[in-house]
Design a binder for this molecule. Structure first.
Ligand code: KIV
Ligand code: NA
Length: 270
């Protein structure tokens, strides 16, 4: 297998093959996800909740993200894996200025990330442009942006009614600024499907956004059925009917590729 790169992801998209992404936070699970054929591994700041026991991602620091990105990158290297590694820029590490965002992104890139992810639209457009111009691939994140959960008023569906137009414009501006991927979290399926058509060079990766996106992502712990709380409705427990983590992750990859996950009737909003 060839290492995953941006041209390789473009190829997958061009032939209508779904892009698969899972989170991982340590060397071993990252290597298993890679072996299962997951193309993109997101070292998400969701690690604050699933590894650190926090109640939101707001408390995750850049130093903690660096530690986990390093661990994942070492795991992939150890098994000569091919996964594309995305490092989440945590809360407070890119809001201050473009320069601060570059310094923080540098930390994650030097830890082994191939791309960084940041949340939000509007003001982030200039930040994305600044990073992309300097050779750092960027994944955006719109819809439910967990770092701003306190401003949003809770973990709820975004982009309904009036705000759909705003989300759509933000996504187009992020693509124009050079973002090559965008996570769409908890947005209505018709909106994420329409947006996918409007964003040819920025691959939409859905989570709770229906099956019309270019790819899908889940938090690893959720799809393995281990969780400290209640699973959101967009999650499927892939351990059901599978005897190993490798089999469960392989089933996730197969279900995303053949379009059976997510099921719009069960896992999405309209
Ligand atoms: O941190 C994370 O795991 C994420 C995904 C849910 C997209 O941002
Ligand atoms: Na995140």
């Amino acid at each position: 297998r060839k290492p995953i790169s941006l041209p390789r992801l473009n190829e997958l998209r061009a032939r209508g093959e779904k892009i698969t992404m899972l989170t991982a936070y340590d060397a071993t699970f990252a290597a298993v996800a890679d072996a299962a054929g997951v193309e993109c591994i997101l070292v998400g700041d969701s690690l604050g909740m699933v590894c650190q026991g926090l109640t939101s991602t707001v408390g995750v620091t850049l130093d903690t993200m660096r530690y986990h990105v390093e661990s994942v990158a070492r795991g992939i290297r150890r098994v000569q894996g091919t996964a594309w590694i995305i490092g989440d820029l945590p809360f407070g590490s890119y809001q201050e200025s473009k320069e601060q965002a570059l310094r923080s992104a540098t930390v994650l890139m030097q830890a082994g990330a191939h791309m960084v992810k940041l949340e939000g639209g509007g003001w982030t457009t200039d930040v994305v442009h600044f990073l992309v111009e300097r050779g750092i691939p960027v994944c955006a994140h719109l819809g439910l942006t967990p770092q701003t959960v306190h401003a949003l008023g809770g973990y709820r569906v975004q982009g309904r009614g009036e705000s759909a137009t705003q989300l759509r414009q933000e996504a187009i501006r992020l693509q124009d600024a050079g973002a090559t991927m965008v996570v769409l979290e908890m947005v209505p399926e018709p909106l994420s499907t329409a947006l996918t058509q409007e964003l040819p060079t920025c691959h939409t990766i859905g989570i709770g956004a229906g099956n019309g996106t270019a790819g899908q992502v889940l938090v690893m712990h959720d799809m393995l059925g281990v969780n400290l709380g209640k699973n959101p409705k967009f999650v499927h427990n892939f351990m059901e009917g599978h005897a190993s983590v490798l089999d469960a992750m392989s089933a996730y990859v197969a279900a995303v590729k053949n379009g059976t996950f997510p099921d719009n009737a069960k896992h999405a909003w309209v």
